[in-house]
Design a protein around this ligand. Structure first.
Ligand SMILES: Nc1nc2c(ncn2[C@@H]2O[C@H](COP(=O)(O)OP(=O)(O)O)[C@@H](O)[C@H]2O)c(=O)[nH]1
Ligand SMILES: [Mg+2]
Length: 654
């Protein structure tokens, strides 16, 4: 019988930083007989992809960056995968670092297996690590292997379903041994746990368990396959990537349990029949090679030169063994790099999308920012081109022109993320920029009412300038804004000049005594004078500016700083530390509660001065194993004292 070649399945390898994802990526490719031509940088921040065949079936592996600051790239890969391998450290104390990814997997209902890596260094019980991970996901985690320890060192495992024992061999598939007698009890315990989890969603199995009937191995595999594909459970496998332990076992689990490309497409509502449909999950502007859009083909075939929603595909590349190779077309399920899709953003869905639900993760809120300036102003135009491209590549990067401070601000996920952006601006666009802490948008106001007279009288050549105004400036309630009142009676200032006075007063308040905008002020025009020939709008504007400039220093000027409403999210174990951090940063705690949809996490609400938020993420991460995050929004302005006032006087920067 002839079997058509199945479509390629995609596995996203994700996990916290340094857990061994890239090592596993390389080990899996090597085990499949397609080793990478060039190895992957350890501790890197890039996403890598490679295609391979395992037991004659095509696969794409995506090695996702693990750093906290690159979480969005990993979530983007997740959006186009059939299954995820969550690589976790076997060390129980590091389990919480996987919490954000477990949450993302729950939220997207993505099928996954856990690969407990570094099993060679396991100090405690694998079951304890699984329990620690379980605290962060609603999906039952079921141990599929139990490690065999000989004098405290892991030498092999017992497979829970087949009840066979294996000894690990470096770089080679493990071989069958007899089950050591002391492994019977832990194996039985793990199996009971697995059966219980499976019986949750299967009444027949539940009845069998109650009546002590042992289901066949084939039945258990069938149930596991179903429940994993439906995201009802997640299996936990063991291994050591750098010794190639457990790699074949993982491959076989994926081969058996990963949904097919068609099944995943159907889960996303993609109809079986129709024209080509692709989703871009990553964009790279690669110098002269131009723009590359990495995309999943949800429905093929896709031919080079095809026009999708008005965009012409200018080249298709595949990545066998991690090296780009040009292809004439791509099939359903393929992950490919598409050329010349200049106007297509990361996350875009192109083609025949009728009925499809292909969500893309929203960019995470920025938690750190730098203000950048070119060292040579001739580069300003090149800089704005570079920033536009970089922001298209990286949805986690936000580029803002701050209207208050006039600065170009890069906001992103942390120091490392933004340093990488600045380095790319230099390397790929040859623009040198300096980065510094952004200015805080300080404001000013006044404490008391002041009356001020100003007269402009100039004779230049034949035609003169004349205007006379008496203004009153008075403080308004915080947040009330600017108000102009006209109290002219009897035509002391003709009607047609009065709007110019109101506008000029507002303009004059853009820069107060300390150089910041003056807010919450009422300006009243009480009296004035004019000249039939020499008065003009211009003259009244000048006289108004003179009056305001003289009045402000006499009106009890005060500095105001922006206060933000902040919500800090941390695992509950760190809630008290987060509260101390906020109080230490002049924060006023408003309360705390459960974080929505995140088991075991809290949100702490507080009011915190903006100046204190600038480097807060650094301290928050160092207090919380890197897990803490926050969001913020403007709340109100409050009087600045002490160090904040000094910062305001110095121009707004530390
Ligand atoms: N002891 C041990 N070290 C490992 C194992 N797998 C990876 N490593 C090491 O862990 C470090 C980080 O690995 P890497 O694959 O770059 O981690 P990634 O950040 O998750 O991609 C490297 O020094 C690896 O050699 C393992 O199974 N056992
Ligand atoms: Mg890596």
């Amino acid at each position: 019988m002839h079997h058509p070649q199945p479509h390629a399945r995609t596995v996203a390898i994700l996990g916290p930083y340094g857990t061994g994802k890239s090592t596993l990526f390389e080990a899996m490719l090597a085990a499949a007989g397609h080793p990478l031509k060039r190895g992957v940088e350890r501790g890197g921040t890039d996403l890598h992809m490679a295609h391979c065949l395992f037991m004659h079936e095509p696969w794409t592996l995506l090695d996702c960056p693990g750093g906290l600051e690159y979480g969005h790239a990993a979530q983007a890969a997740l959006a186009v995968a059939d299954m995820a391998v969550l690589v976790c450290d076997a060390d129980e104390t590091r389990a919480a670092t996987a919490a954000p990814l477990l949450h993302a997997l729950d939220a997207s209902a993505m099928p996954f297996v856990v690969f407990l890596n570094r099993i060679d260094g396991l100090a405690g019980r694998a079951g304890d690590t699984v329990a620690a991970l379980q605290a962060h996901t609603r999906r039952p985690l079921v141990l599929r292997q139990v490690p065999i320890l000989e004098s405290g060192i892991v030498t092999g495992y017992v497979d829970v379903v087949s009840e066979r024992a294996y000894r690990y061999r470096k770089g080679a598939p493990s071989f069958v041994i007899g089950i050591p007698s002391d492994m019977r009890a832990p194996e039985k315990e793990a199996k009971a746990g697995l059966m219980e989890a499976l019986a949750e969603h299967d009444d027949t199995l539940l009845e069998q368990l109650i009546e002590d009937i042992v289901p066949s191995t084939a039945e258990i595999y069938e149930r596991l396959h179903h429940d994993q594909a439906e995201s009802l459970v997640a299996g936990v496998l063991l291994g050591a990537a750098d010794r190639a332990w457990g790699i074949h076992r993982l491959w076989k689990a994926l081969r058996h349990d990963a949904p097919t490309a068609e099944e995943t497409a159907a889960r996303h509502g993609v109809a079986a029949a129709g024209g080509a449909l692709v989703q871009v999950f990553r964009t790279l502007n690669a110098g002269h090679a131009g723009r590359l859009s990495w995309a999943r083909v949800w429905r093929g075939p896709l031919k080079d030169g095809a026009v999708l929603d008005g965009h012409r595909v200018g080249g298709i590349w595949k990545m066998p063994a991690g090296e780009a190779a040009k292809a004439a077309e791509a099939a359903t399920g393929d992950i490919v790099a598409l050329g010349r899709l200049e106007a297509v953003a990361t996350g875009a869905v192109l083609g025949d999308a009728a009925g499809a639900r292909l969500p893309f993760p929203a960019p995470p809120p920025a938690v750190f920012a730098v203000a950048i300036t070119t060292t040579d102003h001739k580069d300003d135009v090149r800089l704005s081109t570079a920033l536009k491209k970089l922001a298209e590549e990286d949805p986690a990067l936000h580029v803002q022109m701050d209207p208050d401070t006039g600065e170009t601000v890069l906001a992103g996920q942390g120091e490392m993320h933004l340093r990488g952006v600045v380095e790319r601006i230099a390397a790929a666009y040859a623009v040198k920029v300096t980065a510094q802490t952004p200015k805080v948008a300080f404001r000013e106001s006044i404490r008391q009412k002041v009356q001020q007279h100003a007269r402009l009288k100039r004779q230049t050549g034949g035609h003169g300038q004349f205007a006379d105004v008496t203004l009153e400036i008075a403080p308004r309630e915080r947040g009330a804004g600017y108000k102009f009142v006209d109290k002219i009676v009897g035509g002391a200032v003709p009607r047609n000049y009065i709007p110019a006075v109101g506008e000029a007063a507002e303009e004059a308040l853009h820069k107060g005594v300390y150089g910041h905008p003056v807010v919450d002020v009422e300006v009243t025009l009480t009296d004035g004078g004019f000249h039939a020939v020499d008065s003009s709008d211009m003259a009244f504007r000048t006289a108004t500016r003179m009056a305001i400039a003289e009045a402000l220093p006499l009106a009890g000027p005060m500095l105001l700083e922006p206060i933000e409403h902040v919500s800090v999210s941390v695992p509950a174990a760190h809630t008290a530390a987060a509260q101390r951090l906020l109080t230490g940063r002049r924060g006023q705690i408003l309360g705390f509660g459960d974080r929505d949809g995140w088991p075991g996490w809290n949100d702490v609400q507080a009011l915190v001065p903006q100046a204190e938020l600038q480097d807060m993420i650094l301290e928050l991460r160092s207090l919380t194993q890197g897990l803490g995050t926050f969001t913020h929004r403007f709340a109100h302005l409050a009087e600045a004292h002490g160090a904040a006032a000094q910062m305001a006087v110095a121009g707004g920067r530390r």
